[in-house]
Design a protein. Sequence first.
Length: 557
Amino acid sequence: MRANLARWIPLVRQHEEGAIDLRRDVPAGLTTAVMLVPQAMAYALLAGLDPIIGLYASTVPLFVYGLMGTSRQLAVGPVAMVSLLVASGLSEMGSDPARAAGLAAMLMAMVGLIQTGMGMLRVGFLVRFLSHPVIAGFTSAAALIIGSSQLGHVLGISLPRSHHVHETLWQVVEHASEIHGPTVAIALLSIAALVVLKRWAPRVPRFLVVVVGATLAVWGFGLDAHGVRIVGEVPQGLPALTLPSFDQSALVQLLPTAITISLVGFMESISVAKRFAREEGYAIDADQELLALGTANLLGSVFRGYPVTGGFSRTAVNAQAGAVSGVSSLVTAAAVTLTLLFLTPLFTMLPKAVLASIILTAVVGLIDVAEARHLWKVSRPDLAAMALTFVATLVLGIEPGIALGVAGSLIWFIWSTSRPHVARLGRLPGGVYRNVLRFPDAETVENVVALRIDAPLYFANTAFLKQTVLDAVEPTTAHMVLDGSAIGSMDAQALSTFQELIEALQDRGVQTWLAAAPGPVRDALAAAHVPLPSDHMVPTVHDAVLAIERDGQQQSA
């Protein structure tokens, strides 16, 4: 029974291992809550929802993840990336706040169902198709979209919602005469305070300081009466238990967004969780993480929330504050719950410009210039995938952008593996064989061509490989030695083509040798009855060359 609980509720296992330490988890949870409350309200605003929805999404999901998650530091809740995806999905569904809240809860339930299903089917590996360059390109473009979406709140002007940066900038130019000075001043002072506190006083709860300071300034000077837009009345108390209404047409329309959030949200969460798990020396179960996040979203949807995942900044704060178990998440959820019950009236005079400032300072780090520089040095194709995703996201939109980035990466992978690297090998002292282009001292063996194939063989690359090997045959070639150490597998078409290659070489009077082939490849060749003599399958290229030289000496004798 206890083993089953530890499987589904990892907090039980953490307790048995002695990982829970209330003296560290409670302060960490409270510290994270101080950061989460203003952030959650800001990210809900980014998602096109009432700020209170962000607080609703920061209660039940955090309780659930604290019990079920395998990360001991991950801070779950609203994040900028997912909020932007929610805004994108809801942007075509009308502007009525009540309808938007209902659709956000339905979207949260859809994400929960998808992630829970993925966890039960143990298909967490699917996120590997979201390569890091694609994610970097997407997040960099998303950061610009997020930043432009907050210009209206920062400048105090009304702008139509758009997910295209150039359209928003043009709207700003057209409404430049309406820019509200006091609002701009509040935003600039808030951004400056957030940057300075982060740099010079990182332990000070900068978000809380800015929120309290700006709220007091608006209240004390009556700035709301002079055009500074405020959050207004924030409902007090917990949300009523309400099942999301699954409207069929809206469900179909939001399904691509739900799938994107499920994958991107999990990718962000698992990346952050694994980073801190490595630092602390414990393991993360990806499929259990899917179950935990899926259940958190599913149950959170009945409390009028919107999709959540693990975020980097709050997780870093949680870890730095000393969190050692999921108890810190429970404490954070309890603190947000108490805020909903007793403290929401304090947010009435909070300027929306401050929430926009919190968003802007949070997303600056998403623009990954360092990754672009790194890829320029080490992998131009990956840089191209990053650039493609970046441009597509800015020009076409969020879901098309990331879909095009993934498609581009897969197309590049297929194209590159369809033309595998093949190296001509030469002999160095000691019977070592290396690429003659990289080792000029490597000597080729008379009448022997030795090639190393650096890829698994499958239907897309076998024709290229066959032609490459045949082109390498010289008039004096009597033996073709293929180094198969890098051939991890062969599909049915590869086996058939390999047999054709052997026969084509035989027609030219060339014998085929296969060296260092892994066990699965040898098993596949045997099962397919490929006509390669057993004594021509040898452990190393050197063994093949020695056998060839020995046979040559015997024949000359």
